[in-house]
Design a binder for this molecule. Structure first.
Ligand SMILES: Nc1ncnc2c1ncn2[C@@H]1O[C@H](COP(=O)(O)OP(=O)(O)OP(=O)(O)O)[C@@H](O)[C@H]1O
Length: 252
């Protein structure tokens, strides 16, 4: 039986700025439907690694494959067309637009530049995708609310909705709990769990809170000084002495 092609493969990937290495020689594979969480101290290179994977930063060395295709030279939108989507650490919503407008615009953007000419023919399809996405992200009753009026937890849900309406297979979530109140965290965790388990998407997520990750992640990746220090099951990573010395002992 042949081994399945990983959804994502990094081969010695790295990024330097004016000769200073930010991410160095990172290699790993992620299988279809896996959930890999990235931890590490501030400045360890987690967001930079996500920027490399999504195409925001150009690789200085190494290569990156999506579903077996070398995409190292491909721009962000080409990787998005292959099913890669991401959210950002800081919120990127328009305060004066409604929740439904955000999701509608994202659906149209995902359909490509020519979609606007055919929009009248597709209106029904968009409406269905938008309604389903709002339902899935528990935002249906907030559809007409302005994004600026949402709580932090609702804003994070909306960012997920904007991502999910394009139906990505591989999603990168950069600190999706950042700024969210303690009361809103459990609902957001459940939502991310269902995006992974029920919708069957492959998830990579940067998160500082171990209590959130331990119930979600199949594997933990530890970043330290721009390198991948460990990548294993949560139990194995927590028991790893190198990890404890480098990170866990001080930060968790
Ligand atoms: N465009 C850039 N130019 C120069 N240095 C950068 C750039 N982007 C990031 N860095 C540096 O690279 C290092 C890694 O930053 P990065 O944001 O990837 O870390 P992180 O692990 O995501 O941190 P945090 O947990 O605080 O978000 C930091 O020292 C940061 O200052």
């Amino acid at each position: 039986m042949s081994t399945p092609v990983p959804v994502l493969r990094l081969n010695g990937l790295g990024w330097s700025v004016r000769g200073v290495p930010i991410v160095e020689d990172v290699s790993f594979e992620v299988g279809e439907g896996e959930f890999v969480a990235f931890i590490g101290p501030n400045g360890a290179g987690k967001t930079s690694l996500f920027n490399l994977i999504s195409g925001i930063c150009p690789a200085s060395h190494g290569s990156l494959e999506l579903d077996g295709a070398d995409v190292t030279a491909e721009p962000v939108h080409a990787r998005a067309r292959r099913g890669l989507g991401r959210t950002f650490q800081t919120s990127s919503l328009w305060a004066g637009l409604t929740v439904a407008d955000h999701v509608r615009l994202a659906a149209q953007a995902a359909a490509g530049p020519r979609a606007s000419y055919r929009i009248w023919r597709r209106a029904e399809r968009y409406a269905k995708a938008v309604a389903e996405t709002l339902e899935r992200t528990e935002l249906a009753d907030r559809a007409e609310a302005l994004a600026g009026s949402l709580s932090h937890g609702e804003k994070r849900k909306l960012e997920l909705a904007v991502l999910l309406v394009s139906d990505p297979r591989l999603i990168l979530l950069d600190e999706p709990m950042a700024g969210v109140s303690a009361e809103e965290v459990p609902a957001l965790v459940e939502l991310i769990r269902s995006v992974h388990k029920e919708q069957g998407r492959t998830v990579l997520m940067v998160e500082h809170h171990m209590d959130v990750l331990l119930g979600l992640a199949d594997r933990l990746a530890v970043m330290h000084h721009g390198t991948l220090l460990a990548l294993d099951t949560p139990a194995a990573v927590m028991a790893d002495e190198t990890v404890q010395q480098a990170y866990l002992g001080e930060a968790l």
